[in-house]
Design a protein around this ligand. Sequence first.
Ligand code: SP5
Ligand code: ZN
Length: 317
Amino acid sequence: MKIIYSQKHKLHNPSYEVYDMQQSPYAEVPERIEIIAKKLKQEKAGEFIAPKSFPISHIEKVHHKNYVEFLENKSKSLKKDDNFFASYFVTDTYAPMTKNTFIAAKESCDIALTGADFLKSGEKLIYALCRPPGHHSGAYNMGGYCYINNAAVASEYLSNSGKVAILDIDYHHGNGTQQMFYDRDDVLYISLHADPRKKYPYITGFKNEKGVADGVGYTINYPLPVDASEALYKKTLQASLKHVRRFNPLYLVISAGFDTYIKDPIAAFKLTVPFYKEIGEEIASLQLPTLVIQEGGYYVSDLGEIAWSLVKGLSSK
Ligand code: SP5
Ligand code: ZN
């Protein structure tokens, strides 16, 4: 396995998020990636590789140019320690911008693209240690700790070689990713997530969202009870993998969120550390070249163990 990693994510470290006019500590902290990197290094899980820099044009295939320019220019115009909450090109109060937000988000996306390049050259398993995460960022918006949709940019890049399936196992629906591929039949988007009537992003991720035009049938949503058990999760995962098999993609992209963990502070699924190995084994049984993209997961001290458990499963075939 190759692990794509950079230190630059540390430059993005907002001081707070906002909910109902109340400030609370920012859950999406730099230690998240550091603890995963440390564990994977300790376990000799794979070779660590620094990202290459890709042209912005890759990003602008899924994000609108006006949005990307706003993100870059606004971010760079901020002063050190500013936390700026945009009022346009944004969907919620969970994505403050700071001076280095664009630099970190661009690097995070380069990590995903570097991983995608390795798949194109024949590697079978890549772990892209992306931070900030991406799946809530749409063509025109930041939101939910996300600024550039790493999984979507990488999938779009991979899709010029053949069909791509995206399996989103973050606790939250990947509204940005869904939107970007909603009318396409060459990129399958499947998501398992908490019931949006109760959990963020609240307005997308329902069963009846199945795609539009050519894309009908190529978006599949599995909303689950907010406190779903491992048994239910496993059954649902197996159902979703059947769709991946039938689609027969050239590449698989996993939006890997660890906020499905039983101790996650903002979520309530009941998944335990050993269960991530089972998730990995199920995914590995597809025998597809696989790019793992880091998304959420906020119980920081256990993220390394979770990632290592998943990797053991993914490496099992
Ligand atoms: C990538 C990812 O996992 N993004 C998740 C964004 C969801 N944010 C919702 C957080 C809700 C926390 N509620 C705080 C209430 C404080 N009183
Ligand atoms: Zn999440």
